[in-house]
Write a protein that binds this ligand. Sequence first.
Ligand code: SF4
Length: 324
Amino acid sequence: MDKNTLLQLAKDIIAGNAPEIETCKTLASIPEHDAFTLLPGADMIRNHYFGKTVHLCNICNGKSGRCTENCTFCSQSKFSQTDVPVYPLLSKEKLQEGALYAAEAPVNRYSIVTSGKRLSKKEVEAVAEAFSELDSDKVSYCASLGILDQEDFETLKAAGVSRYHHNLETAESFFKNICNTHTYQERVDTIMAAKAAGLSVCAGGIFGIGETDLQILELALALRDLDVDAVPINFLVPIKGTPLENHSGLTPLRCLKIIALFRYILPNKDIFICGGRTANLKSLHPMVFYAGASGIMTGNYLTTTGQTLQQDLEIVDQLGFTTK
Ligand code: SF4
């Protein structure tokens, strides 16, 4: 596909015509050294839906380590030998700190993220109590507490949480390669339960874990079918002591290609670039917006460090974008 064909495709997508599956496969198969041909169309679609505004979110690692699950990319799994901090659910005051910071900064969303298959009911109530004391006028709230049920989601919603984050992580056809302590279907069911409780949903995945181009497409199409509201894209940062410690299949161009593909498939969804942004995109990381991203996670990630808010704001400003 040349640039003109891709620009026409972008115009068709903006006009409401989703690409045929064969076109999607062609997009997914574009070699990464041609990634830049995807960018003008992806940028056109992003600009149509989001204009010059980019969204920022920040997170707090509310409970860290000793997870019973065996996700191969994760340093918090008890099956990995890493030196990530291990601590139980933080105090209410600690959970609230990031929200108070976000409220005074140009940050749109603050999320409390916890390790483990799911928080206990008591812990969900503690997180809900922390949120319930916060003012949601200046910042919106999101939670990522594992495989919860509808009752938990209703508790969180009543406390002021508007969005639940739960990644599919990867394509269904690849999921067993990265985790076999829970199933892909459990993740889908969690997303459905969050939606049923009236929460918006943030769900995406992690790339560079051994998936193929077509499995990247498979994930994008699954998220489209689930009609999630926001899509976080994470790029693997191999961590010593995890099964993927020596894995490095990503290049900056491959990362841009993945972002652009997601923008063509999920034209009006908020696409956030999260973990592994600077580590994998290196000097190309400001290009994420031109590849179709409408937002970034700022500050530190769960177990790896990111850029400071000030550094991200400078880039956003230099590129001519604005924040809230
Ligand atoms: S990704 Fe989540 S569920 Fe999987 S091991 Fe890490 S903390 Fe546990």
